[in-house]
Design a protein around this ligand. Sequence first.
Ligand code: PCA
Length: 218
Amino acid sequence: MRILLTGFNEFGGLEYNPSEVIVKELAERLKFSESYSLLVEVLPTEFYKAGMRIRELMETFKPDVVIGLGVAVDRHFIQLERIALNLMDTVVPDNAGAIYAGTQIVPDGPLAYLATLPLDKMRARIQSLGLPVEISNHAGTYVCNNVFYLARHETERLGLNIRCGFIHIPPFASENRTTNHHRLGLSPHQIIKAIEACIDVLQETTASENRLRRNQSN
Ligand code: PCA
């Protein structure tokens, strides 16, 4: 199984982006895995560049699974995103200074795409670790949603039968100690466990689908 896992660099006054820390740590932890090959990349928090790059990576790496990670600073749960919207709408400029108001990502593209990750199974597995997780119906209208939408658009455009989705993570708990929100957030270790659990679920799902396919063709 070939997995493309992306994070983002810092934006909007954040000192660092937890998603960057998490994907780099996962690249280290999983680099010797025999079951899958993992490609990790930190995308710029820029609508245009991140959108170009995710498509390039999909074309060259040919992943079976695409998981985008980004931080949602006001959320307390790991959020498995269900829907990518064909919309850029923000008052906060991206790192290139771009602002969009009610603009379509792909003119004439579908209004929305559903994630093709096994969200229910992933949620159940993360819950079984005692970590806060939910399925979210809204990935926002900023750069994360943009990458999620374009990755899904690419799978449709190329007719790829792959798993593709997006996960928002909360800020690190330690980061919040300086604010009034000291009870919010998760530790890097907890987030890593949750993402590893998602990868395990994907691997099991793919293995059982392959078994089914083999049985059907026999
Ligand atoms: N979060 C932002 C963009 C980069 C990131 O980590 C978002 O939710 O769109």
